[in-house]
Every structure is written in C-alpha cells, then in structure tokens.
Design a binder for this molecule. Structure first.
Ligand SMILES: [Cu+2]
Length: 465
C-alpha cells in the first residue's frame, strides 16, 4: 500500500500519459473470465468501469482437424478459435501475453478492439518462454476479432491464431437464453481433404486461397452430433460469430431459421429478418433468433461446397414439443399430373407410383437416389472419407439390407463400421414413401458391386412399426 503511494507520487511528476494510470488506481481490478469455444463468459453486470486483467497464452500443439487427420495448430489459450474475452466499454485492460516455452515461434496479438498502433501487436511481441504486458482502454463497443500478427502473418492466422473479444456497450446487451461462440477458419494442408496423418501447412495453397478445410471452431465436426449447440423451443439464441480467415469470406446461414436480429459486422447497426449474413475475414457478427420448433438446425457457410465438402457445418439441436402451426412436417405426397403432362412420355414413368418389375424399381430408385442420397453418399456410392460411409460394396449394407431401410426410415447415428472404417455421423430420417424406399434400396443393392436383391414396399411398411 505504502509503496504504491510512493510510486504514484513519482508518477505525478510525469506527463498526461501517466494520469491514465493514476485514474486506473481508482478502478476495481478484476480477472477476466475466459472461455473455450463454443462457450461464452457470462454477461457483465457492472455499471462502472473496471481494470480487467487478462492472461492469455500462445502455444503450438498437435490437434485433430478431421477424423484421422492431425495438424499443428498455433493457438491462443489452447483452442481454435482462442479463448473468448468479454469486457465492458470503458474498461481498462491489462493484457499479459505469455508464449509457452515449447513454442518454436515468437507470437503477438492484434486486437481489433484496441485503439493504438498495431492493435497491440508491437507491444505484445513475445519470444518463447516470455510474457509481455500492455494496457489499453476499450473505447468502442462491439464484437471484435483478435489475431496473431507476427510475420509471416498469414501463416500464423492460417494455423489458428485468432479469436473474439466482445466489448459490451455500457448499457449491456439484451438478455437472451443461450449464448455461443462460433468462428470460421480456412486451412491449407499438403494432403487433400481427409488425407490421413499429420498434415503440414501448405503455403502455396494458402497464397492461392485454395482451402482444403473450411471449418467452424477448428475442426470438421467440432460442433456436430453430441457436440452440437443446444437450446429449447421458445428460447432465444445469440451466436457470436467470427471469421478468422485467413482468406475466405463467410456467408453465414442457419438452415431452417431466420435471424431475428443481426448486429451487422459486430457493430451497433441492427438488421432484422436476415437469412444469410456475410462475415468478412477478420470480421464478426452477432446473430439472434428465437427457436420456435424442435429439430436439428444445420449451421453452414452457404458457399455450400465448403459446408458439405470442406467441413463448414455445425449443428444446433432444439428440444421441445412440435409446433405444427409453425411447421407441420410433410402432410401429403400426391401424384402431380398437370394438364398436358401425359404427353411427356419421358417423365411418365416417374409418376407411376408402383413399379412392376425389379428393373423398373431400379430405374425409379435411381431417381430417388439422385434426389435424396447422392449429396452425401456421392454419385457412385463411394461416400466421402470420414464423413459419409460408402454404399458401394458396403459390407454393412450387404450383410443386412434391411439396416439400410431402417436408416432411411428412422435415421442413423452413432458409431458404425463400414468396410473396416469407423464412422460416427448423422444420417437424417428421410420422408419417403414405402415404394420410394423399396425402389432406392433395390437400386443401391443392384449398383456398384453390391450383392443384388430386391426390396418390396410391403417389407418397408413392416419395418415402420
Ligand atoms: Cu503467432
């Protein structure tokens, strides 16, 4: 106490810069709560400014970017994205950046929430086994990206060195039921998507912006299945969404939801009733929506090949009672024969409800396959490594074709093994008629070196119960 008094007596002789420090002496000091994705620290309930101490560590560690694929991530706080930081407008932040002794590279931090040269980058340049300290006052509210800015900057960001810092406005944000933290990033590896083993960073692909992986929260499947975000019907969900890049712009979309509110680019401007919001590399957005019906809501970058072929897919599971007045589910599937369509012989057999022969079943089944299965299991039934199992020569399917019928009727999830490879994905239940299921399964069984056979609509009907 005494030494502190003496210190400030000295400082008084100095310039205006130090008057900030003296002022800070009157502030309550608190330690920031940091969270790993997808969690967010609790809202700030203070109505006064504080001095907030943040301790963040940089590390270089091996992690999984996809099933069977490892990558040396460089991280803030051992996660990609780095720890979520939450402060309040007007707070004075005392930032301690430590670089773990096992690091091979120096690192630093550029927080877009900082008003000052390099956003803190120069002051925070830290060699392995060192800690740097700098302070800043959060002048502007908003949701901001932070990232490493050590040369080569692109490489540090490409390896996962980014995260979000929320500066709450003085009056706080409206209360919501759930808050989550989701950040997109693109990754560049020597091997192609899904190629197993430890994959080194590929500088050339990064320069060409030819991403192998585009993912949420650092890996394919980081936020799917049992790791999905969750909410209950009637709740309001707020997502703090960032885009670390390094290269790609995100067309952020939640399938089956409409954003009631978007804080455009993470700032004050609120837009309403938005389907897809654009999140630039090095930018962020806050999206809010009330969930009205139960189900799995798929979160994607709507540059859609990234979602289904490069990993940019997360899930929000909403629990609760059906709300048929808002969403009914399929109510009928009737034959559609518009006037004059009978002359179109080419399409005629498509609307015939019942195939009479096995050959017809196969032909109709192929159309069902193309419309309903191909997106995941692929054109030749080959599947997609570590995402969708093959139907071609599938030992799982050939051992018992009725398991395929079950999968279509009821959906399939949890670990399974197909041709010696483990899968742990989610196949959604499909709303198809008994005849369509019989046809598509007959098609699959008679394609791509499968064992042949025939499934009837009656067999499918018996499985429904
Ligand atoms: Cu770095």
């Amino acid at each position: 106490m005494k030494t502190r008094k003496m210190k400030s007596a000295c400082w008084l002789l100095l310039t205006a810069f130090l008057s900030i420090n003296i002022q800070a002496k009157n502030l309550v000091t608190e330690q920031a709560t940091l969270t790993a994705p997808p969690m967010v620290p609790p809202p700030i309930n203070r109505t006064h400014n504080a001095k907030v101490v943040i301790n963040l560590e940089t590390r270089e560690q091996v992690g999984s970017i996809a099933d069977g694929v490892d990558y040396v991530f460089w991280s803030f706080g051992e996660t990609v994205p780095g720890s979520f930081i939450r402060i309040r407008q007007g707070d004075e932040v005392e930032f301690h950046l430590s670089n773990h002794p096992s690091s091979k590279m120096p690192h630093n931090i550029d927080l877009h929430a900082v008003t000052g040269p390099g956003g803190g980058a120069v002051s925070s340049f830290t060699a392995p086994g060192h800690t740097s300290t700098f302070s800043f006052t959060a002048l502007n509210p908003g949701l901001y990206v932070y990232h490493c800015a050590t040369a080569p900057v692109g490489m540090h960001i490409a390896n996962g060195m980014y995260g979000l810092i929320l500066v709450e406005p003085k009056e706080g944000l409206p209360k919501v039921d759930r808050e989550y933290y989701v950040v997109q990033g693109d990754f560049y590896t020597k091997g192609e998507y899904g190629e197993a083993g430890l994959q080194p960073f590929d500088m050339e692909k990064a320069i060409d912006e030819d991403a192998d992986y585009v993912v949420f929260n650092g890996s394919v499947g980081s936020t799917t299945n049992e790791k999905s975000l969750t909410a209950n019907v009637g709740e309001t969900v707020r997502l703090y969404v960032g885009n670390g890049g390094p290269n790609l712009v995100s067309s952020f979309h939640v399938i089956g939801e409409i954003f009631d509110t978007v804080y455009v680019e993470g700032g004050d401007l609120k837009n309403h009733n938005v389907q897809t919001t654009i999140i630039p590399a090095g930018g962020a957005a806050i999206v809010e929506f009330k969930v009205d019906v139960p189900g799995t809501f798929i979160i994607v970058d709507h540059s859609i090949f990234r979602a289904f072929n490069k990993g940019a897919l997360a899930m929000l599971n909403v629990d609760g009672a059906d709300e048929p007045s808002i969403y009914s589910g399929k109510q009928a599937d009737n034959v559609y024969l518009p006037e004059g369509s009978a002359v179109q012989t080419l399409d005629e057999d498509y609307v015939v409800a019942t195939a009479k022969t096995k050959e017809e079943q196969i032909r109709f089944g192929q159309r069902v396959y193309e419309a309903n299965c191909l997106a995941c299991h692929q054109a030749k039934g080959q599947g997609i490594p570590s995402a969708f199992p093959p139907l071609a020569k599938s030992d799982y399917l050939n051992a018992n074709p009725m398991l395929g019928v079950n999968a279509i009727i009821k959906g399939l999830s949890g670990p399974i093994k197909v041709n010696g490879v483990n899968y742990d994905g989610v196949m959604p239940a499909m709303q198809l008629s008994d005849q369509d299921i019989a046809n598509v399964m007959t098609f699959v069984l008679n394609s791509w070196d499968n064992k042949g056979g025939q499934i009837s609509a009656e067999e499918v009907a018996n499985r429904r119960h």
